[in-house]
Design a protein around this ligand. Structure first.
Ligand code: FE
Length: 420
């Protein structure tokens, strides 16, 4: 048992941030929160209290969508107004990831950067390559970060000029190999079924992956109605029996039959959004790439959150250049201001998305309510100028807006401190 003391902030709901000045978090031997309070009521005998003084204790950040193989191209190629970046940067860098020595270096940097930025849980799509994906899994397992990682499936192309990333036979066989290898290795690092998206998957592979997810009770990640939405008619023409893009995933067992997180969804219809809510499908809202690449629409996050959709925030590295979830919270709020016909995100809503909103995909994660995993960041904001008196929530908001990863003094995942 451990007891931590400090200024505690967490969002139990999107409406409000709970604040406990000089409060206590009692953590049991399984790394779960036993009690959170302003005064210790339980009998804890001579358990030592770790006192963080005036520092802030907040839940660790959760990144529900990113691509490990794209780490080397974050920050470059966004000045092209078309989607040629995919051909010019993305496809070559994903090919390079097949070189295991290169991939090992990338994976090491990805894990180091996640830890540095206070990301304590991540949902990650690797490339199609198995050795690089296994190495990433291994490194995540050793890091102590909680993560789902999947071998990406990409065995179809709609392009006349390019070949598919892999054959159908290899795609399916290697996915099974990775899953059987990874399952049960760790309580924190786990495999996830990862079709890239409908335009890059054969019908057979979508069906195979849905069956696999259900057979092994594995979660699913993918993309929907993002950059490919301009080709929606062409996509739908391959599936004449389905009415919507969401129906394609759903009819293959890839839409909420097991926990599912889908990135983007900017062009989803009202019917598809209702289906996401009803089936508990998570949206990975990735605000940064929508400002880096042309994006015709903005997802109405605040509105859907209030209607009960499960939503978390994603970096979508390398469509997005940032892995700092604090700055992604800021981006989500800024982008929502461009939604002239809808409501913008409040600070509690945006903070909720990056903690408990995305954390739900992992179970009881992203809050300090009893029973939740003790995933915690200790924030030392003393060097962010305190020129006027601030409330605790204002201090948190200032750290999110003007702080840096250097303000994060410690990181915990399920009660264990991460080594950075
Ligand atoms: Fe993505």
């Amino acid at each position: 048992m451990k007891i931590y003391k400090g200024n505690i902030l967490f969002a139990q709901t999107p409406e409000k941030i709970t604040q406990i000045p000089n409060g206590y978090i009692v953590v049991d031997d399984d790394g779960k929160v036993a009690e959170v309070c302003s005064d210790l009521k339980g009998e804890y005998g001579n358990v030592a209290i770790t006192d963080f003084g005036d520092k802030l204790l907040i839940p660790g950040f959760v990144d529900v969508h990113m691509h490990s193989s794209q780490f080397a191209i974050r920050g470059i190629g966004y000045d092209d107004p078309s989607l040629d970046r995919i051909v010019e940067f993305l496809h070559p860098i994903e090919k390079q990831y097949q070189n295991l020595e290169y991939a090992k270096k990338v994976n090491e940097e990805v894990v180091r950067t996640l830890k540095e930025n206070g990301t304590t849980r991540a949902v990650m799509m690797s490339a199609t390559d198995i050795p690089a994906t296994k190495d990433m899994f291994q490194k995540l397992k050793e890091s102590g970060i909680g993560a789902y990682i999947g071998k990406m499936n990409s065995d179809y192309t709609m392009s006349q000029d390019e070949e598919a990333g892999e054959t159908t036979e290899v795609s399916q066989r290697e996915t099974l190999e990775f899953i059987e290898w990874a399952m049960g290795q760790s309580n924190l690092a786990k495999p996830i079924v990862s079709p890239e998206f409908v335009p890059c998957c054969t019908k057979e592979t979508l069906k195979y992956l849905g069956d696999l997810a259900q057979k092994y009770n594995l979660p699913v990640q993918s993309h929907m109605s993002g950059s490919e939405a301009g080709n929606i008619d062409e996509i739908m023409s391959r599936f004449p029996e389905q009415k919507t893009y969401a129906d394609i995933y759903n009819s293959n067992g890839l839409f909420g039959q097991t926990p599912t997180v889908i990135a983007h969804c900017v062009e989803t219809s009202a019917e598809e959004k209702a289906m996401m809510r009803q089936k508990g499908v998570f949206l990975a809202h990735c605000p940064v790439p929508y400002m880096n690449v042309p994006s015709p629409k903005i997802f109405p996050v605040s509105e859907e959150l209030q209607k009960g959709m499960h939503i978390g925030l994603g970096s979508d590295m390398g469509g997005g250049h940032l892995l700092d979830m604090a700055k992604i919270i800021v981006a989500a709020m800024q982008l929502s201001k461009r939604l002239f016909s809808g409501q913008s995100l409040s600070f509690p809503q945006a903070f909720y998305l990056a903690t408990k909103g995305g954390g739900k995909f992992f179970g009881k994660v992203g809050s300090f309510e009893p029973g939740y995993a003790f995933d915690c960041l200790v924030i030392d904001d003393s060097k962010i100028n305190h020129l006027i008196p601030y409330t605790l929530q204002e201090r948190l908001q200032r750290y999110i807006y003007v702080g840096t990863p250097q303000n994060i003094e410690k990181r915990f995942v399920e009660g264990k401190e991460l080594v950075v």
